[in-house]
Design a protein around this ligand. Structure first.
Ligand SMILES: *[C@@H]1O[C@H](CO)[C@@H](O)[C@H](O)[C@H]1NC(C)=O
Ligand SMILES: *[C@@H]1O[C@H](CO)[C@@H](O)[C@H](O)[C@H]1NC(C)=O
Ligand SMILES: *[C@@H]1O[C@H](CO)[C@@H](O)[C@H](O)[C@H]1NC(C)=O
Length: 275
């Protein structure tokens, strides 16, 4: 991670320490509950966490759990095969609707989590519980990223050894799943629509994404899907893959998805210069 991002993170971490609102089932909001799905190698408290705190401060009730982690290695999520994590996520969606008493949730996913935000409604029988989906840089049609296992390190616990131990012991089926010819990619693109009836999908991608490549692999060419470059709204934002989770411009775009106000204006910041 470039030093700018690390600096920004440590500043944000101070704020985060004060936030306690994730998975608060007594939280009340007029909006749907928002479920966050983290990326490969990440956890519920690493990756989309700062966006969550920001959205909480705007009045949303937010929910997140780590998915796809192996027993004994809770610090590294998203490693299990897509089709193993997907039922975990589906039951979490059911749990959140039941516990909040709301009919539907909105999904916000980043990277592998964005892929799951598309995959789970299509295959796990929960599309009727989902309203809006903000998918940030999903490897929808696979990523051609050459060193796909490196993805697992990106969000990883700063203790790189711990991550490498997990990868060595149990591997990263999800890495293969979203790579070229990945099984989950093939299944998602099986010729039937990805967008399910009643779901409103917005794909948010950066032209400068260096990991989910080529970046337009994220887009879905189907009616009712809004494919948008971050740079369509904020032309000067040079954000890359990891930075997408920590980029205020992206947070605003996501908020506009959740409020169904795609064209509501906000002031673009230059963005985190880096990846
Ligand atoms: C899940 O996907 C893997 C490929 O990643 C495949 O080998 C396996 O059979 C699938 N399992 C289920 C339950 O669909
Ligand atoms: C990182 O991993 C180490 C052990 O490998 C653990 O003690 C530490 O709490 C972890 N840090 C975070 C932020 O998860
Ligand atoms: C898609 O989203 C972008 C970014 O929020 C917005 O500018 C655009 O108007 C949206 N398009 C549609 C058709 O809603």
């Amino acid at each position: 991670m470039p030093s700018f991002t690390r600096l920004a993170l440590s500043a944000l971490a101070a704020t985060a320490a004060l936030a306690t609102g994730i998975n608060d089932y007594s939280c009340k909001s007029d909006s749907n509950p928002v479920i966050f799905l983290h990326g490969l190698g990440a956890t519920y408290y690493e990756d989309l966490n700062f966006m969550q705190y920001w959205l909480q401060s705007k009045g949303y009730c937010t929910y997140a759990q780590t998915y796809g982690a192996y027993d004994g290695f809770p610090l590294v999520g998203g490693l299990k095969a897509i089709n193993v994590s997907a039922p975990e996520i589906a039951s979490y969606i059911k749990e959140v609707t039941q516990k909040t008493g709301k009919a539907k949730v909105d999904l916000v996913g980043h990277s592998e989590g964005a892929f799951q935000a598309l995959y789970v409604p299509k295959f796990e029988g929960v599309s009727h519980l989902v309203d809006k989906i903000a998918a940030i840089a999903p490897p929808t049609h696979a990523t051609a990223f050459a060193h796909i296992y490196d993805i697992a390190y990106l969000f990883g616990n700063s203790s790189r050894n711990a991550v490498s131990e997990v990868l060595h012991l149990v591997g990263c089926p999800a890495c293969d799943d979203v790579g070229p010819d990945g099984a989950a990619v093939k299944r998602l693109n099986d010729g039937t629509p990805i967008a399910q009836p009643g779901n409103k999908i917005t794909i948010i991608a950066s032209k400068y994404d260096e990991l989910v490549t080529p970046p337009k692999t994220s887009f879905i060419d189907e009616d009712g899907v809004n494919n948008t470059w971050i740079q369509d709204t904020c032309p000067l934002d040079p954000v890359g893959h990891i930075g997408e989770a920590y980029d205020l411009n992206v947070w605003h775009l996501v908020r506009n998805v959740l409020d169904d106000t795609p064209d509501r204006k906000f002031v673009c910041l230059l963005g985190s210069p880096g990846k």
